[in-house]
Ligand binder design. Structure first.
Ligand code: PLP
Length: 508
């Protein structure tokens, strides 16, 4: 466990400690004891002690002498432009079996590939802790980080930490379906919270909790930035209001934030369709990191005066999903319990991954990593713009604006199309769910895939279709699309194909 630990030192502001929230821990978390073998680990790696006790293989027998990787070099101004990427400057990072004194920025394979360090390799953990402090400034002193195998495992761990079979959690009405399955398999019931296209409605949340019957939910599971599936990003004001409501009811928050750094600049219609990303603007600016950081939306972690937030972060969307590297930020007592959990589950993320990612990060430096994120922001802004221009061209200009609406995503990878089911000629004969399936299948037949919104319902109960909505009540069906995955021409083609399906379905 690497703790923030610097607050209060050398005249810096002294932050208060987190509230004692130990009573929120699950039966499982409370029963965890340190693995006895792990307690001896510190002696097994102490060079003054002859260790015949630990079951550690001799690093000389690891069949890996060195691993190397080639990656772009900051400031990445040409890397993502297909025209110039081939000439982009590259750096090579290499990790050897043992430490070289001339390259302190590496975790030697003898360490990275060895047992131990259940909260993650120390140098990487220290790097992540510094990064977290720079970006979020958590407003209490005893927070810490722990490495995970990405947010999928991070959520599994958070559920084990905080819930017991039969408990409930809150989640956005439409949410990441794998997360709901993780809860479901642990016997934990997600209860949906009302949202609009931006995200959670704090007043509705408060009303829901006021009228709650039975034990309160254990935590709110939320994806506040670039939400999956809606693409919505909750404003700082609403985050603060949600935090206050949950604080009033003493409910914890698990913020799942893989899309946090995919926040975008403003959408200017029509300027970017079929063109390359805008030319670099910030590269020469000495203030660029400060400006970039100041544009990022307030995280729940930065509002967390109580220590009631567990933040799940991941390299999946900003480096590659296959790194299988993420981390949890939370108050130390929670991180200590999660370390016990890692000891007997994942042990630690793969040594290959930690070693190579750390080498790259230490070569780039904290500033170089921010440069990378600055460039990603530009790329995603451009893709989002192409997507919105395409939606306008294929849906609005083709007379479908009465049928379909969308919110401009300001972060993430997704856009969420809302269809007025009442406008479908078969509305009344077919239920909204049947209409959704019909459109999904027609789209596949026509060569394009969009994911039906109902697949993301937090409420796993079957929809009661016998309830007839009032005449003035909107009846919507939704589809999720992404602008992240395919090359730009394919994105435009996919939008065109889908608009043809919709025009045929709704207009005949
Ligand atoms: N959480 C959300 C909200 C996601 O959308 C995804 C990816 O699809 C994940 C977690 C998975 O993240 P990871 O690759 O870090 O496990």
């Amino acid at each position: 466990m690497t703790t923030n630990g610097t607050n209060g030192v050398n005249g810096k502001t002294v932050l208060p400690k987190a509230k004692d929230l130990w009573s929120h821990l699950s039966t499982e978390a409370l029963s965890r004891r340190p693995s006895p073998l792990k307690t001896a680990f510190k002696y097994a790696i102490d060079p003054r002690i002859v260790s015949l006790g630990g079951g550690l293989p001799l690093p000389a027998y690891f069949p890996f002498e060195e691993i190397t990787a080639t990656a772009p070099e900051p400031p990445f101004t040409t890397y993502n432009d297909p025209e110039t990427a081939k000439d982009a400057p590259m750096v090579t990072v290499s990790v050897g079996r043992y430490n070289h004194s001339d390259d302190p920025g590496m975790i030697p394979l003898a360490t990275a590939m060895q047992y131990g360090q259940s909260d993650g390799c120390k140098p990487l953990l220290a790097w992540i802790t510094e990064h977290t402090n720079t970006v979020h400034h958590p407003p209490y002193s005893n927070w810490a980080c722990l490495m995970t195998v990405g947010n999928t495992q991070g959520l599994d761990a958070a559920l084990r930490l905080l819930t017991t079979r039969g408990d409930t959690i809150l989640a956005e009405e439409y949410t990441f379906s794998s997360a709901m399955e993780t809860a479901n398999a642990q016997g934990v019931k997600p209860v949906p919270v009302k949202v609009d296209l931006e995200g959670i409605l704090p007043a509705e949340l408060e009303e829901q909790l006021e009228g709650w019957v039975g034990p309160l939910p254990k935590f709110l599971y939320t994806i506040p930035t670039g939400q999956n599936p809606t693409g919505g990003t909750l404003s700082s004001e609403r985050r603060k209001a949600v935090y206050d409501v949950l604080s009033k009811y003493d409910i914890l928050i698990v913020e799942d934030e893989p899309y946090y750094f995919l926040q975008m600049d403003e959408y200017v219609p029509g300027v970017s369709a079929n063109k390359l990303p805008p030319p670099p603007t910030l590269e020469q600016d000495p203030e660029k990191h400060t400006k970039f950081l100041s544009k990022l939306i307030t995280s729940y972690l930065s509002l967390d005066v109580d220590g009631r937030v567990l933040r799940l972060d991941s390299f999946s969307k900003v480096m590659a999903p296959g790194t299988r590297l993420g981390w949890i930020v939370a108050q130390e007592p929670f991180i200590e319990r999660l370390t016990r959990q890692n000891e007997v589950s994942i042990q630690t993320p793969a040594g290959f991954s930690q070693a190579i990612v750390y080498s790259l990060l230490s070569k780039w430096g904290q500033g170089g990593y921010l440069d990378w994120l600055v460039e990603l922001r530009k790329e995603y802004t451009h893709r989002r713009n192409v997507c919105l221009d395409g939606l306008h061209e294929f849906f609005t200009e083709k007379g479908l604006s009465e049928i379909v609406t969308w919110l401009t995503p300001t972060a993430g990878m997704f856009f969420w199309l809302q269809f007025n089911a009442r406008k479908h000629p078969l509305y009344g004969k077919l239920t909204p769910l049947q209409l959704e399936t019909r459109i999904y299948e027609a789209a596949i037949e026509h060569g394009v895939l969009f994911i039906p919104g109902s697949w993301f319902r937090a409420d796993q109960e079957p929809v009661d279709e016998s309830i007839v909505p009032a005449d003035d009540e909107p009846v919507n069906i939704f589809f999720r699309g992404t602008f992240a995955t395919v090359p730009q021409p394919k994105l435009v083609e996919g939008l065109r194909l889908f608009s043809e399906v919709i025009a045929k379905e709704f207009l005949g």
